[in-house]
Structure formats: structure tokens, C-alpha cells
Ligand binder design. Structure first.
Ligand code: ADP
Ligand code: ZN
Length: 433
């Protein structure tokens, strides 16, 4: 079902006119209410009156995650705090998270967008959706939550963790849809198989999977193991949260809510716009956002765009699956993390050399992170107890900075391979195929 026919199936011409109009108003707004954008535009010698149609977007400045950190917490907000009704935050490299604020209107757009997704996945008011994304600062849980309510379905706010209880409640409450990360879905599938309750006592039929990259092979595996129809949902907190794009029944790319989020693909090196079909970095301009509107936000996600007609009838531009990142961000069990975060912890502690290696793997469908780090001469010891203490100390520190448990392997000084060029800090053994 198409949730919002007039918006999702708008003619290309009407869409462009609407996008142009919205962009004009947006630029006017940020120019007058966000000093950061005013300064940037003045530096580039662009005035709001120069923006007349959506094609003029290329004259506007880019925004990066670093800009958001530099303006922590509220300096990119375009409305007074009295207008902000919700905050979310995502992890950052320096320990400072990226903060986003939503007005009532922003939250209504978000619910609308996630309702569009759910509807495209075949859900309606008769569905009971178990939301297994984390609730809290992470946008996954609450984002889907309000979408289900807006759709008129029933939401089970499970949040993440506690697999046994999750399975029991999906069984008892008759959940028909499951929202979580695709890797967790695979983990859950095995647990469900072994739980002792037969599959035909479950009513599950739809999977709502995103927050991390996955592949067609993973889809096939999840669909076969869980006996459901699995759909991709994409989003990022800076732009809104889950629901920025979503698959339709054709499962041939994800439709972007481009009446609210204008997508561009640029070369990550030159930042020149690339034509549809070419692969590059995805950039979004939030055409209607009030709380923290962003001009040309660089997602660092690599993909391509497609504006050819889709058989479902939606005209919204589609994006391909994310094929990689133009930075070194890792997504481990749905948590974003940069090697530099681990580095800063190691550098802070006198017991360690600044040499480390991160080994990422996937065991039983769950991501694992091993941190190998060199103990400094004088701190290295043959006494097991002392090494255990040291391990505990760094593990606790990393856990508090990353929000994620890592296995620590302490190694002797000089054992991690040194490289002449760029140090190899990460071995990612997860083969997504
Ligand atoms: P967090 O709140 O966990 O810090 P963010 O909202 O910042 O997370 O994470 C957004 C990022 O997650 C995206 O930029 C993208 O890299 C990744 N992501 C989200 N959904 C998908 C998806 N369906 N496929 C691939 N990557 C995804
Ligand atoms: Zn479609």
C-alpha cells in the first residue's frame, strides 16, 4: 500500500517545483537563524536570493559531522530551545556525540516517513510490530515506534537485548513484524529455531531491517531462516533517523522521501556532483526540517541514485544499497565507531604503546571486536594477575567510551606490524556476501 499517494507518486516536474520552493524557504531560514550557515554563505558569496530553483543547490555549502561537533551542542539549531521537544544523539569520534533536536513538526514528518516505510513493507493497522532497535538516544527505537503508532498498528517497544524474552513475547503477543538490525535478525533466527516453540505458533511475516549495511545474500538467508519478507530501511540521525529511504515490494533500491530530503551524489574527492547512476557519496539537504536543518550534509555513505520509474508506482528517487563508507567508520552491532576513538583511549593510558590493531569479525551472526594493543616496556609482565588487571582497566575504559564491549588482547612491545605508509589499524573479516 502507498501511504501518501500524492507525495510518493508526484510527477517529476511537480516534485522539482516543490523541492525548489522548499529549498528557497530553507535557505532564507538558515541564513537568518544559523550564524554558521550565514558565515559559510557569505564566504562563498551566495545570498538567499540567489537560490531560485532546486538546481541552485550546488551553490550552497556542504555540512559535515565535524561541523556538527564544532557547533556542539546547539549552535546549528535554527529555532529557540522552547520549540525543541526531543533530542537524540549519535556516537562521535571525540567522545562528543552529534546532537539533533526535533520540533513538533519534525516529529510529525518523522512519523509520516516511517509510516510510509511500514506501509511499503505491507504493514497496516492490523500489524503488531516488535521494535528491537535500541530505545534511547539512538534514533532506531523511538523512530520506528512512532511510525507504527501513526500507521495505526500495534507497537511492542522491546528495545535491544534479551533475546529469549523477545522471542517469547513475539510468540505470545502474536507479533507480525520485527524491526531490528539485519545481523541481529540472523542471530534471533537461530535462537528462534532452538527455542522449542514451533514456527507455526508465530505470526511473523515482515522484517524491517537497517541501521547497518547488509546484502542480498543476507536477505535470502534471513527470509529463509525466519520465513518472512525482509525489507531494507535506511536513515541517519543527522538527517532524521530511520525512514529516510525504504524499499517497496519491488526490492530494487530504496525510495528516498525526497519531498523532505533532497539527495545528491558527489565525488568524495572533488565534491563535484555526479549524475544519476554513478557511485559516490550520498549528500542530503533537509528541505523541511525546523530543529536542525542541514544544507548538503555529507553522509560518507557510498551508493548510487536511480530516477527511472519503479513498478510500484512511486516516483521518489531510489538509492542503491550502501556499498561502503568514504571514511573509516565501523558499524559494530549497530554502534558507530571510529578507530580514532580507540586510539585516544590508548594514548591516554601510560601503560600502552600507541600501536594497536582492531580485528572485527562476525561469529554466530554477531559482530565481535578484538582490540590488540602493545603494552609498554616496564609494564609488560609475566605475572598473569598483573596483566589481567591491566586488561580489565582498558576494557572498562573502552566500554565507557564506545558503549560497546571489546575483547582485549595485550601483546608484547614491538609485536604489532609497523607499516611504512598508512598504518593498517583495522582487519574486518566480516564478509558481507
Ligand atoms: P547511531 O545513532 O547508531 O550513531 P546513525 O543514525 O548515526 O547511528 O547511523 C547512520 C548510519 O548507519 C548511516 O550513515 C549508514 O552508514 C548506516 N545505515 C543505516 N541504515 C542503513 C542501511 N539500511 N544500510 C546500510 N547502512 C545503513
Ligand atoms: Zn518502488
Amino acid at each position: 500500500m502507498i501511504w501518501n499517494q500524492p507525495k510518493e507518486c508526484m510527477s517529476a516536474e511537480d516534485k522539482r517545483r516543490m523541492q525548489g520552493e522548499r529549498l528557497r524557504k530553507l535557505v532564507e531560514r538558515v541564513y537568518h537563524s544559523v550564524p554558521f550557515y550565514r558565515r559559510k554563505m557569505q564566504e562563498m558569496d551566495v545570498m538567499p536570493r540567489d537560490i531560485r530553483s532546486i538546481d541552485d543547490i550546488v551553490r550552497l555549502p556542504f555540512t559535515t559531522k565535524q561541523d556538527m561537533r564544532d557547533n556542539y551542542p546547539y549552535d546549528l539549531f535554527a529555532v529557540p530551545m522552547s520549540e525543541i521537544v526531543r533530542l537524540h544523539a549519535s556516537s562521535g569520534t571525540t567522545g562528543k556525540p552529534t546532537v539533533v533536536g526535533y520540533t513538533r513538526y519534525d516529529l510529525s514528518v518523522w512519523s509520516e516517513m516511517t509510516a510510509r516505510c511500514l506501509s511499503a513493507f505491507g504493514a497496516d493497522r492490523n500489524d503488531i510490530v516488535s521494535v528491537g532497535y535500541g530505545y534511547g538516544l539512538f534514533t532506531g527505537g523511538l523512530g520506528l515506534h512512532y511510525g507504527v503508532e501513526h500507521l495505526g498498528g500495534t507497537v511492542i517497544p522491546m528495545s535491544s537485548g534479551n533475546t529469549a524474552k523477545h522471542i517469547q513475547l513475539m510468540h505470545d503477543f502474536g507479533a507480525t513484524a520485527l524491526a531490528c538490525t539485519p545481523s541481529y535478525a540472523l542471530y534471533l533466527a537461530d535462537a528462534l529455531r532452538d527455542c522449542g516453540m514451533p514456527r507455526d505458533e508465530f505470526r511473523l511475516k515482515i522484517g524491517i531491517f537497517g541501521a547497518e549495511p547488509w546484502t542480498e545474500n543476507m536477505r535470502r538467508e534471513i527470509e529463509a531462516k525466519l520465513g518472512i519478507d525482509a525489507y531494507n530501511i535506511y536513515g541517519l540521525s543527522e538527517v532524521m533517523g530511520p525512514g529516510v529511504s525504504y524499499e517497496c515490494e519491488c526490492k530494487n533500491g530504496s525510495h528516498i522521501g525526497d519531498d523532505h530530503f533532497y539527495p545528491e551524489i558527489v565525488s568524495p574527492d572533488t565534491l563535484e556532483p555526479l549524475p544519476y547512476g554513478e557511485q559516490g557519496e550520498l549528500v542530503f539537504t533537509t528541505l523541511t526540517k525546523e530543529g536542525i536543518p542541514l544544507l548538503r550534509y555529507r553522509t560518507k555513505d557510498l551508493c548510487s541514485l536511480d530516477d527511472t520509474p519503479c513498478e510500484c508506482g512511486r516516483t521518489a528517487v531510489r538509492m542503491s544499497r550502501i556499498v561502503g563508507r568514504s571514511d573509516d567508520m565501523l558499524i559494530i552491532r549497530g554502534v558507530n565507531l571510529f578507530p580514532s576513538q580507540i586510539e585516544s583511549v590508548i594514548l591516554e593510558m601510560e601503560e600502552f604503546e600507541p600501536h594497536y590493531l582492531l580485528v572485527v569479525d562476525r561469529v554466530n551472526n554477531l559482530d565481535t571486536l578484538e582490540v590488540q594493543v602493545e603494552v609498554r616496556d616496564g609494564f609488560y609482565s609475566d605475572e598473569i594477575n598483573r596483566m589481567m588487571e591491566l586488561r580489565k582497566k582498558i576494557a572498562a575504559r573502552l566500554q565507557s567510551v564506545l558503549g560497546l564491549a571489546a575483547d582485549i588482547r595485550l601483546v608484547e612491545p614491538g609485536t604489532i606490524a609497523r607499516s611504512e605508509g598508512k598504518a593498517k589499524r583495522v582487519i574486518d573479516k566480516r564478509t558481507l556476501n
